[in-house]
Write a new protein. Structure first.
Ligand code: ZN
Length: 408
């Protein structure tokens, strides 16, 4: 057993076991269907000493992130979120051609493009070779690497310290959490700031979002755990925003402790208080999570069995990683879901990991006219409902399973 990623304690309690599952992003080609697939345990643990929720690392980041099927630019709502974020921060922190923006896990340059457009020097750090290549092709300078102390020190030597660092939806993917944060503190200019987004554990538990648990997500954060980790590296979380992205995320703003320009905002204390009031610093808060997940599974299976008995046809929308956790945990294969559609060309023609459901382009739905479309990435529900509204013409309906079964 490995120690707690935040405090080093070995006092870890199991909160929820999702059984065994393949890596959520390892889509299979038709040829690979002949081969066995590796399955790994998927068990959420809670540190009884610091209350950080986490998975043990059973798959190294090298195996997961060096070739990656997720290109951020494929989601229009996500691009819009990125554009607004860039405009807001450029104004708020007076970023200009004399400042440097570094983004960690910069994906295909979906965010940095909006800074570059305004003449601000940018540098992306992205470990997935294929995704980094897409960014470079777009003209976004990108280092193909994992973020760590060695890379931070190299950038410092090259005089590339940052005024503004962005690290969105990457903190959960980092096995060496303290190394990652220490590297951030080293590359930050004395007056610099960093901003990070991550799904809020508070929402994951309250909204029963157990499908956001997969092997790539090693850690699940509350604000109090994040504050503790950053404090250990001379950094302070001076502001926080609650966002609706990914089912409920936090965006934190971080500066060096000794940077007196930024006082701790009352918003930080408000979120900390909310977490305390909810009981997140007690193990009781996490106790019913497994029962709630099991209820979601039973309700979804009951619905699908019933629909099948009635001769109805069900398909899925969005071959998202979280969908793969749900499908594997529930044991749903082509017996219940005929196929899944996805806008990502890289996924079309492949099969979902473990459950081996074929993936097609969204046009397939208009040809086949299924009765039910199960939306797997429920965080994009509104966008998908709008895009696929034509299913109502033949009486088709949408379905989401989380936080509870909803037909609409
Ligand atoms: Zn701990």
């Amino acid at each position: 057993m490995s120690p707690c990623r935040c405090c080093g304690s070995f006092n870890l309690l199991e909160v929820l076991s999702l059984g065994v599952s393949p890596l959520a992003n390892s889509y299979l080609t038709p040829e690979e269907l002949q081969n066995p697939e590796p399955f790994y345990p998927l068990d959420l643990k809670l540190c009884a000493d610091c209350y950080m929720a986490q998975l043990e690392v059973c798959v190294s980041p090298n195996e997961i992130f060096t070739e990656y099927a997720y290109f951020s630019s494929w989601s229009t709502s996500w691009l819009e979120h990125a554009r607004q974020f860039a405009e807001k921060t450029i104004a708020q922190f007076a970023l200009n051609q004399n400042t440097r923006v570094i983004e960690i896990a910069s994906n295909d340059g979906y965010l940095l493009q909006y800074f570059k457009e305004r003449g601000i020097p940018v540098l992306g750090i992205e470990p997935a070779t294929n995704v980094a290549a897409a960014a470079i092709e777009k003209g976004i300078p990108t280092v193909t690497a994992f973020w760590n102390l060695e890379l931070a020190d190299t950038l410092v030597q090259q005089d590339k310290k940052a005024d503004f660092i962005v690290a969105n939806n990457v903190l959960a993917h980092v096995p060496d959490l303290h190394g990652f944060v220490e590297a951030l503190s080293r590359v930050m200019k004395p007056e610099g700031i960093a901003t990070l987004e991550f799904p809020h554990l508070y929402q994951m538990i309250n909204q029963c979002q157990f499908d956001t648990i997969y092997h790539e997500h090693y850690s699940y954060f509350s604000l109090f755990v994040v504050c503790r980790v950053f404090a250990a590296h001379g950094l302070k979380v001076f502001d926080v925003e609650e966002l609706s992205t990914h089912g409920g995320s936090l965006r934190i703003y971080v500066a060096l402790d000794r940077n007196s320009r930024y006082e701790i905002s009352p918003r930080v204390n408000r979120v900390l208080q909310k977490e305390r009031d909810a009981g997140m610093m007690t193990s009781a808060y996490y106790r019913d999570f497994a029962k709630k997940a099991s209820k979601v599974k039973r309700d979804l299976l009951t619905f699908l069995i019933d629909a099948k008995e009635k001769g109805k046809r069900c398909v899925g929308y969005g071959a998202a990683a979280k969908g793969n956790t749900l499908l594997n945990y529930c044991g749903i294969r082509t017996d219940f879901i005929e196929y899944v559609v996805d806008r990502s060309i890289a996924k079309q023609g492949k099969f979902t990991p473990g459950t081996r459901i074929p993936i097609f382009s969204p046009e397939r739905i208009a040809e086949g006219k299924p009765d039910y479309v199960l939306i797997l990435p429920w965080n994009l529900r509104e966008e998908i409902e709008e895009q696929m509204g034509h299913i109502r013409k033949w009486g088709g309906r949408f379905l989401t399973a989380i936080p509870k079964l909803t037909v609409f």
